[in-house]
Structure formats: structure tokens, C-alpha cells
Design a protein. Structure first.
Length: 300
């Protein structure tokens, strides 16, 4: 039977995440010599070679990478068990949240204001990121909570070890100049709407392929390939591009109206953006995180 000290698993996991023993030592408040000794002992315990030279540093062997994945699961389970033993602990600590701007503004900001009054021991650090970026940070434990989105016509897939809370969804349509909307007399289907603008330039997202996936899917139903000319993360910028006559693009139907722009509904099939709160498995029992997730669940 192989015995593995969980403290050594932590050193190994952090090396897989951070990439250098110096970085691990800094994070765990120890020395590079201690990190090296602990991982060497873990190698002896497992009977597997976990590291190999890489220039002046080291890198994980295939066996080392597999053990790091197991370590992530094991350490997450230990965290969950520890937190479960004290479910009444007062929420405290700093919660790191990465997500897209709309979810941060509409879902997270009201909770931040509430916590400042009711739970001042809980701090929140915010990073604005598109879904793929936020999920990548969640995977390496750089954040505690990812606020992500996908479209019902382009579902997002998350890897193992992620827990998901669906927050809300909203219908999206095609933003076009008012003059074009007034002339539009096509059929009621999404393909009909897209077909009417087949000769226009189109606006996608520079950091999330879901927007382009949806545009190409609906365009293919209308029998053409869209000219993806522009990329914009900001909805304000999408509106500016539409107003300038540079293209048409997706916008939420419930977005406050802007003079000069009409948002044409998309139906058959309908398009909805879906927002999610995602955490690493076993971490949602942490009182600070559980508090925020509970507030989000109440506001759905």
C-alpha cells in the first residue's frame, strides 16, 4: 500500500500550478530546499519519478502530471471535508471572482455592497474576463468563482471537477440600424432575419468564440457565410459600429434602447445567453464562497 502525505501532495500540486520551486516556496512561505525535499520524499513514497530536469529548472514527468491531477481532487475533497466539519463558521477571507462585465455588474455588485455592511470580514477581488479566460484561471486555482456565459445554440463545455449554478438567461437579437429595420420585411424565423443582412459585414467577439459560432450557425441556416469583419468585447462598441454602418451584430433584447439602433428578435430557433457561476468541486462549502453563492441563488 502506498502512503502519501497530503502536505507533500500540496507541494507537488503547487509546483504543477506555479511551474517553479521558487514560486511554490513563495506561495507556501518556505524555502526551495524544503520544496525539493518534500517532492523527493513524495517520489520515494509513490515509487514513481515525478520530476525531470528542464534547463536550470525541473518539469513534471507524465507520472508527475497524472499525480498532480489526482492531488487536485484529493486536496479539494480534504478542503470540503474540513469545511463541512464547521458549517457554522463565520464567513471571512478574500474571495477572488473572474467573470464577464454584465454578470459582475448585475449579479455580483449588489452582493458586494450588501457584504460590505453585513459581512465586512469577507473581501472580494474582481477580474473582468471572458468565459474561457475565467475557466482557465479557475482550473489552476487562481480564482475561487468564475462567472461565465454561453448561448443555448453554442453550449459551453466545462471540464471535470467544476460545479455549476445557473444564474439567469436573456434573449438576444440582431442589432441593425433603424433604417434597415424599417425596410426589413422578411419572415419570422432567425434564418429570415440573417438572410436579409447576408451582404453586410458582421461583428463578432474578439475573446469568445461562442458569438462567432452562433453567427455562423444561423447564417448557415440562411444559406450563406457571414463576413466577420469586426471584433468587439464591449456592447457599447458593438452599438457604435452598428450606428456607423460598419456592420450588424448580436445584442441583448433587454438592453436599454439606443437611438438609431433596432434589435430584431431571433426566433425559430430563439437565441438566449445563459449566465453561470462556476466553482471547483469541493470548494463551495467554504463559508465565504457559500455565502456569495447563496445570495446569487436567491436572486435567480
Amino acid at each position: 500500500m502506498v502512503f502519501m502525505d497530503t502536505r507533500r501532495l500540496q507541494y507537488h500540486y503547487e509546483l504543477a500550478r506555479m511551474g517553479s520551486m521558487r514560486a511554490v516556496a513563495d506561495v507556501l512561505g518556505t524555502t526551495t530546499s524544503t520544496v525539493s525535499q518534500q517532492i523527493a520524499q513524495l517520489s520515494r513514497e509513490t515509487g514513481a519519478r515525478l520530476l525531470e530536469p528542464d534547463g536550470r529548472g525541473v518539469r513534471l514527468t507524465p507520472a508527475g502530471r497524472r499525480l498532480a491531477e489526482h492531488a487536485r481532487t484529493i486536496l479539494g475533497a480534504i478542503d470540503a471535508a474540513t469545511l463541512d466539519l464547521d458549517p457554522a463558521a463565520e464567513p471571512s477571507g478574500t474571495l477572488r471572482v473572474a467573470g464577464f462585465a454584465t454578470a459582475i455588474r448585475t449579479t455580483l455588485m449588489p452582493i458586494i455592497k450588501e457584504l460590505a455592511v453585513d459581512h465586512p470580514a469577507v473581501g472580494i477581488v474582481v477580474f473582468e474576463h471572458e468565459p474561457a479566460e475565467a475557466l482557465a484561471q479557475l482550473a489552476v486555482d487562481d480564482i475561487d468563482l468564475a462567472l461565465t456565459y454561453d448561448y443555448n445554440l453554442a453550449p459551453d463545455s466545462v471540464g471535470p471537477g467544476v460545479e455549476t449554478l445557473e444564474l439567469w438567461s436573456t434573449p438576444w437579437g440582431l442589432g441593425v440600424p433603424n433604417g434597415d429595420a424599417e425596410r426589413f420585411a422578411g419572415g419570422p424565423g432567425a434564418a429570415d432575419v440573417f438572410s436579409a443582412f447576408r451582404d453586410r459585414d458582421w461583428i463578432g467577439n474578439s475573446r469568445n468564440i461562442a458569438d462567432e459560432t452562433v453567427l455562423r450557425l444561423l447564417s448557415s441556416m440562411a444559406g450563406f457565410a457571414p463576413a466577420m469583419r469586426h471584433q468587439a468585447d464591449s456592447l457599447d462598441l458593438v452599438e457604435d459600429l452598428v450606428l456607423a454602418g460598419l456592420g450588424v451584430g448580436l445584442l441583448p433584447e433587454n438592453r436599454p434602447g439606443k437611438e438609431g439602433i433596432t434589435i430584431l428578435p431571433l426566433k425559430n430557433p430563439g437565441l438566449r445567453l445563459r449566465a453561470f457561476a462556476r466553482t471547483r468541486a469541493g470548494r463551495s462549502a467554504w463559508p465565504a464562497l457559500a455565502l456569495v453563492l447563496g445570495r446569487m441563488n436567491q436572486c435567480r
